[in-house]
Design a binder for this molecule. Structure first.
Ligand code: PEP
Ligand code: MN
Length: 363
């Protein structure tokens, strides 16, 4: 099943000749000098096509810097005139949308805290009726792909067909070493469900620091994401928001230079070896499924035995023994402990389900 959206290809509205394209700029516009100096330096990096900057900032706690407000919009007009970069700001309500459009902002983005609320997204959509402007849609704070898709659908229904999804990670209390856990399976599933939708990655908000930006950007490219949004500040140490994760334009240039650009498919002789390896994987997966199906048949036999002899499905001692022995065996074969545990858990869940069905069968 796929989701039907009417999406214009990226190169129909953005001057991109090669991927990845880059959106860069400060977390927040703070002063005219900071905005201009950052933008002029960024304009010298060929991959950078769009200058981003928060004007109205959704901060987690009050009394943090909440953005420079409307007055910053003029600075972005200057950026556009003097650098030729397209400009993008975050909008969270109809007033932001109106102000941004009035001031000639080229691209709007809806932040994670707004996407999470369908009322807010719908309000923004209502303001956009009849307006032709590109919109970037960040993932919602929580890992719910349907809220992300819902926001894209609402915008598309409002007539917006220049859409890009921005993966910025998901928020968890105390769960991961990242500021926002990447959970790559979610943007991958989004790409599978909406193949025409360009998806880019915001490694700054995923990492929350500068150290892992390169590795996370590389991962994004290896997962065929079309672009990167990276927070960049002329003096990151003085930034009024997201200080730890912002890098200088020079550091951005270096980072982009260190990325390895791989192709999604190859046309040389490598194609054959890749094909061979893939058929080997196909065969192995078939065997795996066959073995799992056979295991479940044995599980059903055990279920019948337990039913006749009136004993419980869960046999804790046996389960602990299985875990111990399989982890030991798997680690010996070079598999990770975490992987074996996850696999065993999934198999065990299905086994219990099968035995429960046997127990409940009236025969
Ligand atoms: C931002 O890009 O500065 C921002 C606030 O992002 P997010 O909505 O992803 O937190
Ligand atoms: Mn930020």
């Amino acid at each position: 099943m796929t989701v039907q959206l009417n999406i214009l290809p990226l190169n129909a509205w953005l001057p991109v000749t090669s991927l990845p394209f880059v959106i860069a700029g400060p977390c927040s516009a703070e002063s005219e000098e900071q905005v201009m100096e950052t933008a002029l330096a960024l304009a010298r990096i060929p991959q950078v096509k769009v200058f981003r900057s928060g004007i109205w900032k959704p901060r987690t706690r009050p009394k943090s810097f909440e953005g420079i407000g409307d007055s910053g919009l003029k600075w972005l007009q200057r950026v556009k005139q003097e650098t030729g970069l397209l400009t993008a700001v975050e909008v969270a309500n109809p007033n932001h949308v109106a102000k941004a459009i009035e001031n000639g902002i080229d691209i709007l983005w809806i932040g994670a805290r707004t996407v999470v609320n369908p009322f807010s997204v719908q309000e923004i959509c209502d303001t956009l009726a009849g307006v032709d402007i590109p919109i970037l849609v960040k993932n919602p704070l929580n890992p719910d792909i349907n809220i992300w898709i819902g926001a894209l659908e609402r915008l598309n229904q409002a007539g917006i067909n220049k859409l890009i999804a921005v993966h910025r990670g998901f928020s968890f209390f105390n769960r991961t070493p990242y500021r926002n856990s990447p959970m790559w399976e979610i943007p991958i599933e989004l790409k599978r469900l909406i193949p025409d939708l360009p998806v880019i990655v915001d490694p700054s908000h995923i990492c929350g620091d500068k150290e892992r930006l390169l590795a996370t950007s590389q991962k994004a490219l290896d997962l065929v994401m079309q672009g990167l949004m990276i927070e960049t500040h002329i003096h990151p140490e003085k930034a009024l928001s997201d200080k730890e994760q912002q890098i200088t334009p020079l550091q951005l240039k270096e980072l982009l230079g260190n990325l390895v650009i791989r192709q999604e498919s190859v046309t040389t002789g490598f194609e054959n070896s890749l094909q061979e390896l893939r058929s080997e994987i196909d065969k192995l997966d078939e065997e795996l499924l066959d073995i799992l199906a056979r295991r479940m048949m044995v599980v059903e036999e055990i279920g019948k035995y337990k039913k006749i002899n009136n004993i419980t499905i869960l046999q804790l001692k046996r389960w602990s023994q299985i875990i111990r022995e399989r982890v030991q065996g798997g680690v010996y074969l070079g598999l990770s402990r975490e992987f074996i545990l996850k696999l065993l858990e999934a198999i065990h869940e299905e086994s219990i389900q099968r035995q429960t069905e046997v127990m409940n069968r009236k025969e």
